[in-house]
Design a binder for this molecule. Structure first.
Ligand code: BDR
Ligand code: CA
Length: 310
């Protein structure tokens, strides 16, 4: 039997690649995709997810969720992924209809229907997940595991000096999730920066695959590529959500994982959205998450290439 995944995403250029990896994997059934506001406003994220689903020839339901963080104004990352979130390359990203249902309610339904086996993967701010936990706290023990793309285990941020974007957009939601008792596994932006950078040579190699999905995967990173060159100073563009989903599918993507106690900062203007990880256990608190601290670029690349084949 296939493993059951529910994916929550603020669909932009790297989320789209993560969706491709999951939707095309033969061992995985994605039972639902929830969209949340984050990289782009909700409506845009929904269109991006629908476009990507179509390209994959999938009929996995896609549900719209929260259009705002729990208690803050939305701050997007259109400066990272483009105004449309998909590199502003002129894709036709309008007019498609999401499935009927609210992403939060549908996650709750799936948690009950697939009790003990549902694997949740979050690729955006945690707003939808926090709302689901507030509406029905029992889902925390029904969901087998929740793999979160978020935070930074080395505490080097991509949106402030210490915060990672998904956590920074809705820190109050992170707090709800960290206190929920759910089995949490974090793949931070440090893992992307160190193990999921696609160099120019790799980008050329992926493009040379010459499949519609490979071409799409490279083309939609056009704005991200510039951001990585000028702002995060990487040797190419990085793919945080794809390496998180690759790990969720195949634990062999991780080279090292550690149990730690995590706390999110919700108040300080300097460090808001920072997830403080007690790496050495100096607080002697029980761990509330498993954190990937090292990963395998080669395993990730081979999963990416498998997903992009014709
Ligand atoms: C995360 O933030 C978004 O820009 C990406 O889609 C990814 O989920 C990286 O910090
Ligand atoms: Ca994302």
């Amino acid at each position: 039997m296939k493993r059951k995944f529910f994916i929550d995403t603020d669909t932009a250029s790297d989320d789209a690649v993560a969706l491709i990896i999951a939707l095309r994997h033969s061992d995985i059934e994605v039972v639902g995709i929830g969209v949340v506001a984050g990289n782009v406003p909700l409506e845009m994220g929904v269109q991006n997810a629908l476009y990507t689903r179509e390209l994959c020839g999938s009929n996995t339901p896609i549900y719209a969720g929260a259009s705002q963080p729990l208690s803050r104004e939305l701050r997007t990352a259109q400066f990272v992924h483009g105004i449309d979130g998909m590199g502003d390359i002129g894709l036709d990203l309008k007019g498609r209809q999401p499935d009927v249902g609210d992403a939060v309610d549908e996650l709750i339904k799936s948690a009950h229907e697939f009790e003990g086996v549902l694997e949740l993967v979050t690729l955006g701010p945690l707003t939808n997940i926090a709302l689901a936990l507030q509406r029905d706290p029992t889902i925390a023990n029904k969901i087998k595991r929740c793999v979160v793309m978020g935070a930074v285990a080395d505490h080097i941020g991509n949106v402030t000096p210490v915060a990672e974007f998904n956590m920074w957009v809705d820190p109050e939601a992170v707090e709800v999730v960290l206190h929920s008792g759910m089995n949490l596994e974090f793949v931070g932006w440090d893992i992307s920066r160190k193990f999921a950078v696609i160099t120019q040579a790799e980008s050329t190699m992926l493009r040379a695959m010459n499949t519609p999905l490979a071409t799409f995967t490279i083309d939609i990173q056009r704005v991200l590529e510039k951001f990585c060159e000028n702002e995060t100073h990487l040797a190419g563009f990085d793919l945080p959500d794809p390496i998180a989903i690759a790990y969720a599918i195949n634990a062999g993507v991780a080279d090292e994982v550690r149990e730690m106690h995590l706390v999110v900062e919700t108040h300080s203007p300097t460090t808001e959205g920072m997830v403080v990880m007690d790496t050495l256990g100096v607080l002697h608190q029980s761990p509330n998450a498993l954190v990937v601290t090292s990963a395998r670029h080669d395993v990730f690349m081979s999963m990416l290439m498998d997903a992009l084949e014709a």
